[in-house]
Design a protein around this ligand. Structure first.
Ligand SMILES: NC(=O)c1ccc[n+]([C@@H]2O[C@H](COP(=O)([O-])OP(=O)(O)OC[C@H]3O[C@@H](n4cnc5c(N)ncnc54)[C@H](OP(=O)(O)O)[C@@H]3O)[C@@H](O)[C@H]2O)c1
Length: 279
């Protein structure tokens, strides 16, 4: 299956859908990532804090598909925001995955109370110059965090990966990213499999387009200009989640899904200004 690409502000290309790997682990996890690769996934999203970097690297090797065909993303944990720690963490992650560069490296959370994300960003700019990373980006960054990086270094993140699903639609943050020419990726794009998949508006659209509720939600993301990275350990779901490019929702249908937004819609109430990442 051919997956369209999205151009980043640094000239690199990001596949329009990827595989999340949070909670995919161990020997069984290798098989699950491998089945996704065999189905056509090339964007693989992991993180040092997921304990899945090693198995994602192993699945890439076992696939026999050339490294250059993949788009591998991982993320910097909060405990490594100091300059030297960031460089060390990038190199340690590369060794763990058995790779010699990342396509995309993200600061996992800004942790503004610690105030070190700018230091981490400066180290990532150096790592990019060293050839360890192709594109650099952030996750869970608010407009003021983005502006601090841009003003202090002149380098705009290529991607901001944030929580987005039908109960937390993020209209404002999506516009803020667009305004800065930053591509938005959606984490927990299916609301971690929550009740949104059973909402009447989603079910009605699924019946209309002969698609599953998950496919309707993933298409809703893509038509809003967002790259979703759904996690699935099921072969059937993995396949289904890739098969979203052959239909369109109307503008009013997109709005009807946006209307599911709730002011308290975050899955675990993780406010980027407050959240202290596990470390
Ligand atoms: N940057 C960050 O701070 C951050 C935070 C959280 C997550 N992430 C990333 O985002 C990825 C995705 O988020 P997530 O894992 O939290 O949640 P998610 O992708 O929204 O949802 C995963 C859940 O949806 C189910 N599912 C997948 N496809 C389905 C389908 N077609 N029909 C019905 N159910 C389906 C999965 O079950 P099965 O496995 O049984 O299919 C799983 O229970 C993560 O894996 C991780 O890579 C990043």
């Amino acid at each position: 299956m051919s997956i369209p690409n999205v151009e980043l502000n640094d000239g690199h290309f990001l596949p329009a859908i990827g595989l999340g790997t949070y909670q995919i682990r161990g020997g069984q996890g290798i098989d699950q990532v491998l089945s996704a690769i065999q189905d056509g996934y090339r964007l693989l999203d992991t993180s040092t804090n997921y304990n899945s970097e090693g198995i994602v690297g192993e699945a890439i090797r076992r696939s026999g598909i050339p490294r250059a065909n993949f788009f591998v993303t991982t993320k910097l944990p909060g405990r490594y925001h100091h300059f030297d720690d960031t460089l060390m963490s990038i190199q340690e992650s590369l060794c763990r995955m058995g790779l010699n560069y990342f396509d995309l490296y993200l600061i996992h959370w800004p942790l503004p109370k610690r105030g070190l994300y700018l230091e981490a960003w400066k180290a990532m700019i150096i790592a990019q110059k060293m050839g360890l990373i192709r594109s650099i980006g952030v996750s869970n960054f608010e407009p003021e965090h983005l502006d601090r990086l841009i003003t202090e270094t002149g380098v705009t993140p290529a991607v901001n990966q944030i929580e987005i699903h039908p109960y937390w639609v993020q209209e404002k943050m999506l516009l803020e990213n667009k305004k800065r020419n930053i591509v938005t990726e959606a984490w927990s794009p299916l609301g971690r499999g929550n009740q949104s998949l059973k909402e009447k508006v989603i079910i009605d659209l699924a019946n209309k387009y002969k698609k599953s509720p998950a496919q309707i939600i993933l298409r809703w993301h893509q038509l809003r200009g967002i790259v979703p990275i759904p996690k699935s350990s099921s072969l059937v779901h993995q396949r289904q989640n890739l098969d979203t490019f052959d239909f369109k929702l109307t503008t009013s249908e997109i709005k009807s899904i946006n209307a599911l937004n709730k002011p308290t819609g975050r899955i675990n109430n993780q406010d980027p200004n407050e959240y202290e990442e596990f470390d």
